[in-house]
Design a protein around this ligand. Structure first.
Ligand code: KIV
Ligand code: ZN
Length: 514
């Protein structure tokens, strides 16, 4: 019997710390349900003390999830731990994850605490967390740059105080695989009560080594890996869940453990996260990139046709790649629509919400004859974007693009209930449309990113546009989908503008003063 490798997903917490990747409560619940279908063991849903929005999202995920464990992050502070405990109240199997930095640079320069004070705070935090749940995880932040003797001391103390999982983060992505694996082995050997806790790792990808470091740790006794879908996360991201899971599965000859992940859900989950966050997956990304299983060279194609394993170490269908399948069409009824949505993990809160989504589906089916799962996901995202779009709405857009003429756009917006009209010229119709919007709104924001992705194949496919705007250090992503990419672009731009106009802002966990 193989040992179990626990998969702890932090897409909703560390993943959300990617600039511009913030998700609202409904989006977090949708991703949490997809993670549950993937059979992730632990879902880190957020950092409740960071903002009321984070608190509510953790609460909502706790209520929606029944199979996976739900975890909340808390600094080693009474107030954070109490917030985490409250947010997790509805969870079936709650976990509190508390952390404090242990590297000399973080203790001296950031915390301004002595090592003794840090140990005291860590022990107190774990004890307080145990009042809410008997499943408590402790992380010595920046462990990769901490002194080993100090790590041994603090870990022994928190295990004695009741921590059941010890997570070793390589917070700044500094470690190398041999070194990190050896560190995990020595910690397990040196700490007298190490057998009372599960050792976990949490690796960042600053040197592109997050997955390699995580796997080295697993080979040296770690039995939990913290990771994110598509490797999303702070700066260069976290270890990618799909890569860790498939490496362990494909190389069972090397690993003494295995995960319970339902690998066929990997690609659908990756697409959902990408569409909600607006972070496209690079085509050559392992496992989930569009080219991950595409063979271009003649020699490779010939080999694969003769005997698949000549060039393929995994099967595309095992990770959830399927040819676009028409699931619904113009003549599909309300029941078929509701059933397929349910299969995709989307439940409607009311008959009214179902009717609204169904009306949008019919509108789309008029423009596009074959509706795929990806279209349905985008349709729901679209409904969520519009729900968020409170202050500015798109009423109409007209563009002109004649050969040899300067492209132009006329736009009608409703701004705080008042209809406004604007027009502009641009280097193309998208440029003209966004400029026409700006003539009315004067947001003063900087456009950091504009990208278009085709949701499915074919020229009638919906284009999904992501726009990233920056203003006064605040970065937001906006998305919009439509069979017409000019309209999708205007929708995405307005979605981002509405986020900029919304007063809610988030604090960043590791940037916060402890
Ligand atoms: O990278 C890190 O150190 C973290 C901790 C909160 C575990 O995200
Ligand atoms: Zn992290």
């Amino acid at each position: 019997m193989k040992e179990k490798l626990i998969v702890f997903d932090t897409t909703l917490r560390d993943g959300e710390q990617s600039p511009g990747a913030s998700m609202n409560r409904e989006e977090k619940v949708r991703i949490a349900k997809a993670l549950e279908r993937l059979r992730v063991d632990v879902i880190e849903a957020g950092f409740p003390a960071a903002s009321p929005g984070d608190f509510e999202a953790v609460q909502a995920v706790s209520q929606a999830i029944t199979e996976s464990q739900v975890c909340a992050l808390a600094r080693a502070l009474d107030s954070d731990i109490d917030r985490a405990g409250e947010a997790l109240r509805g969870a079936k199997r709650p976990r509190i994850h508390t952390f404090i930095a242990t590297s000399p640079i973080h203790m001296e320069r950031k915390l301004r605490l002595t090592p003794d004070q840090v140990v005291e705070r860590a022990v107190a935090a774990v004890k307080r967390a145990r009042r809410y749940t008997d499943d408590v995880e402790f992380s010595p932040e920046d462990a990769g740059r901490s002194e080993e003797d100090f790590l041994c001391r603090i870990i022994e103390a928190v295990i004695a105080a009741g921590a059941t999982t010890i997570n070793i983060p390589d917070t700044v992505g500094y470690s190398l695989p041999l070194e990190f694996g050896a560190l995990i082995r020595r910690l397990r050997e040196r700490i007298p009560n190490a057998d009372k806790a599960i050792f976990s790792v949490h690796c960042h990808n600053d040197l592109g080594l997050a997955v390699a470091n995580s796997l080295a740790a697993v080979l040296n006794g770690a039995r939990q890996v913290e990771c994110t879908i598509n490797g999303l996360g702070e700066r260069a991201g976290n270890a990618a869940l799909e890569e860790i899971v498939m490496a362990v599965k494909t190389r069972q000859d090397m690993f003494p453990c295995d995960t319970d992940i339902n690998t066929r859900e990997i690609v659908p989950c990756s697409k959902l996260v990408s569409s909600i966050t607006g972070f496209p997956v690079q085509p050559n990304k392992a496992i989930v990139g569009a080219n991950a299983f595409a063979h271009e060279s003649g020699i490779h194609q010939d080999g694969v046709l003769k005997h698949r394993e000549t060039y393929e170490i995994m099967r595309a269908e095992d990770v959830g790649w399927v040819a676009n399948r028409m699931v619904l069409g113009k003549h599909s009824g309300r029941n078929a629509f509701r059933t397929r949505m349910r299969e995709l993990g989307i439940e409607f809160e009311s008959e009214e919400a179902l009717n609204e989504a169904f009306a949008r589906f019919k509108e789309l089916a008029d423009k596009k004859h074959e509706i795929f799962d990806e279209d349905l996901q985008a349709l729901i995202s679209e409904q969520t974007y519009e729900a968020a779009a409170e202050r500015v709405k798109l009423i109409a857009l007209h563009v002109c693009a004649d050969t040899g003429e300067t492209p132009c756009a006329q736009v009608v917006l409703k701004v705080d209930g008042e209809e406004k009209r604007g027009q502009a010229q641009g280097s193309g119709v998208v440029d003209a449309s966004l400029k026409a919007i700006e003539t009315l709104l004067n947001t003063g924001s900087n456009l950091l990113l504009y990208s278009v992705n085709s949701i499915t194949t074919g020229t009638d496919a919906q284009g999904e546009v992501t726009v990233r705007l920056e203003k006064s250090g605040r970065i937001v992503n906006g998305q919009g989908a439509d069979t017409d990419i000019v309209i999708a672009s205007a929708k995405a731009y307005l979605n981002a503008v509405n986020k900029l106009l919304s007063p809610t802002s988030r604090r960043h966990p590791q940037a916060a003063d402890v």
